[in-house]
Design a binder for this molecule. Structure first.
Ligand code: PMP
Length: 430
C-alpha cells in the first residue's frame, strides 16, 4: 500500500501544527506508523491522498451515521450557504432544531446550541453548579467529556491514549472539585457521595462509555445512579455526545429507559458540522442567561449552515426509525463473525457491543470499567490496527475508542471487514 504522500505531508505538518494534527489521537501515536491524510469519502468508504480506499469504521468519530456524502444534508447545506454563512442573530432554523431535539430526546425540555461536545459539557456543569449552588462534580475513570479543565482528570479517549490522564495546565483548584469513581460500581459511587454530602452538584457519565473502548452499563447501574441523585439532590448528566441519536432516536436514555436531569449532545447532531448542545429539565435550563444568571454564549452558536446540516440529519433519523434496528443487525453480524474467527483461531479476546457501537479488547477479562479495559494488550491492538488498515479497513487508532457503524455499511462491506479481521488476526498471531 503506497502511503508516500501522507508520510510527506505529515512530516511537513510537524513544523506548523503541534504533533502535525489538530486532535491528538489522529497522529497514530498509539498504533505506530504515520497517519493517513484523507482526500474524499463517499458512503462507507474514505479515500486517502495516495489513492487508497478504506471502509470507514470511525465515521468522523460518530457523526456520519448515514455514511459520507448524504445528498439531503449536502443540499440543505448548499441552500443555507446561499442565504448566508452566518448572521449572529436568531434564525427560525434554531427554533426548529430545538423543537426537534426536545421531541426526540425524552428528558430534554429546553436546549441550548453550542459548537462542540466540549462546550456542551463545560456549560452543563456550570449550569448544574449554578442550580445546586454546589461545587463538586463526579466523573468516571475512562469517561471522556471533552477537554474542559474539570474533565481532564482520569479521562479516557485521547487523554488515555497519550498517557496524559491528568493534563498539565489544569489547576489544583479545579482538579480538587472533580471527584472520580470507577465505572459500573454503584457501591463505590455511593461511598464517594456520602463522603461529600451536600457538596456534589453533578454526576456526569457516558451512559454507554465509548472513550475506554465500548463499555456498557451493568444491569441496574443507571437506575441506581438515578435514585442516588434523586435522594441527594444531585444533577444527573448523561453525556450523550456519542450515544445521542446513535443508540436510539432519543439516545441511551431512550434505550435504557433512565432519564437524566441534563443531557449533553454533539457529533450526529451536526451531521458532520461542528455542533453541540446541552439541555434538560426546564427548571434547570431556566438558569441559563438571559433567562437566568448562569452565563454561556457563542459567536457562532446556532450557525445557520451547521443548523441546516444538523436539522436535515435529525429529521432523517426521526422519520427513518427503522434504521436503528438495521444498524444493530449489521453490528451483530460483524461481532458474531469476528467471534467465530476468534473461536476458530483459539483466541480469547473480549467483544463489547451495543447498537451500532462495538469494540474488541485484546484481553480475556470481561471489560466493565477502565481498569479492565487497560488489561488489553496494546501492542497487539496496534499490530491489529495496522493489519486492518493494510486490508482496507480504517479503525479508530486507539484501543480506548469505540467503533461506529454507518447505514452505508452493507453486506459487501461486512464480508470485507470479516475477511480483513481474519487475515489480521492470523498475521499478528503467526
Ligand atoms: N463527550 C463525549 C462522550 C465525547 O465522546 C466527546 C468527543 N469524543 C466529547 C464529549 C467532546 O466533544 P468534542 O470533541 O466535540 O469537543
Amino acid at each position: 500500500m503506497e502511503k508516500g504522500k501522507s508520510k510527506e505531508i505529515f512530516a511537513q505538518a510537524q513544523s506548523s501544527i503541534p504533533g502535525g494534527v489538530n486532535s491528538p489521537v489522529r497522529a497514530f501515536k498509539a498504533v505506530g506508523g504515520d497517519p493517513i491524510f484523507m482526500e474524499s469519502a463517499a458512503g462507507a468508504y474514505m479515500k486517502d491522498i495516495d489513492g487508497n480506499q478504506y471502509i470507514d469504521l470511525i465515521n468522523s468519530w460518530g457523526p456520519m451515521i448515514l455514511g459520507h456524502g448524504n445528498e439531503l444534508i449536502a443540499e440543505a447545506v448548499k441552500q443555507a450557504v446561499s442565504r448566508s454563512l452566518s448572521f449572529g442573530t436568531p434564525t427560525s432554523a434554531e427554533v426548529e432544531m430545538a423543537e426537534l431535539i426536545c421531541k426526540m430526546v425524552p428528558s430534554i425540555e429546553q436546549v441550548r446550541m453550542v459548537n462542540s461536545g466540549t462546550e456542551a459539557t463545560m456549560s452543563a456543569i456550570r449550569v448544574a453548579r449554578g442550580y445546586t449552588k454546589r461545587d463538586k462534580i463526579i466523573k468516571f475513570e475512562g469517561c471522556y467529556h471533552g477537554h474542559g479543565d474539570s474533565f481532564l482528570i482520569a479521562a479516557g479517549s485521547g487523554a488515555a491514549t497519550m498517557g496524559e490522564p491528568n493534563s498539565p495546565g489544569v489547576t489544583k483548584g479545579t482538579a480538587q472539585d472533580t471527584l472520580t469513581a470507577p465505572y459500573n460500581d454503584l457501591d463505590k459511587l455511593k461511598e464517594i457521595v456520602a463522603a461529600n454530602k451536600d457538596q456534589v452538584a453533578a454526576i456526569i457519565l457516558e451512559p454507554v462509555a465509548g472513550n475506554m473502548g465500548c463499555v456498557t452499563p451493568v444491569e441496574g447501574y443507571l437506575e441506581g445512579m438515578r435514585q442516588l441523585c434523586d435522594q441527594e439532590g444531585i444533577v444527573l448528566i448523561f453525556d450523550e455526545v456519542m450515544t445521542g441519536f446513535r443508540l436510539a432516536p432519543g439516545g441511551a436514555q431512550e434505550l435504557y429507559g433512565v432519564m437524566p436531569d441534563m443531557t449533553t449532545l454533539g457529533k450526529i447532531i451536526g451531521g458532520g458540522m461542528p455542533v453541540g448542545a446541552y439541555g434538560g429539565k426546564k427548571e434547570i435550563m431556566q438558569m441559563v442567561s438571559p433567562s437566568g444568571p448562569v452565563y454561556q454564549a457563542g459567536t457562532l452558536s446556532g450557525n445557520p449552515v451547521a443548523m441546516a446540516a444538523g436539522l436535515e440529519m435529525l429529521k432523517y433519523l426521526d422519520s427513518h426509525r427503522e434504521l436503528y434496528a438495521s444498524l444493530e443487525s449489521t453490528q451483530q453480524q460483524i461481532v458474531k463473525g469476528m467471534q467465530e474467527t476468534l473461536d476458530e483461531l483459539g483466541l480469547n479476546y473480549t467483544m463489547n457491543a451495543v447498537g451500532s457501537m462495538y469494540s474488541m479488547f485484546f484481553t480475556d477479562q470481561k471489560v466493565v470499567d477502565f481498569e479492565t479495559a487497560k488489561s488489553s494488550d496494546l501492542d497487539k491492538f496496534g499490530a491489529y490496527f495496522n493489519e486492518m488498515l493494510n486490508n482496507g479497513v480504517y479503525l479508530a487508532p486507539s484501543q480506548f475508542e469505540t467503533l461506529f457503524l454507518s447505514t452505508a455499511i452493507g453486506q459487501k462491506e461486512v464480508e470485507q471487514i470479516l475477511s480483513a479481521h481474519k487475515k489480521a488476526l492470523q498475521t499478528i498471531n503467526s
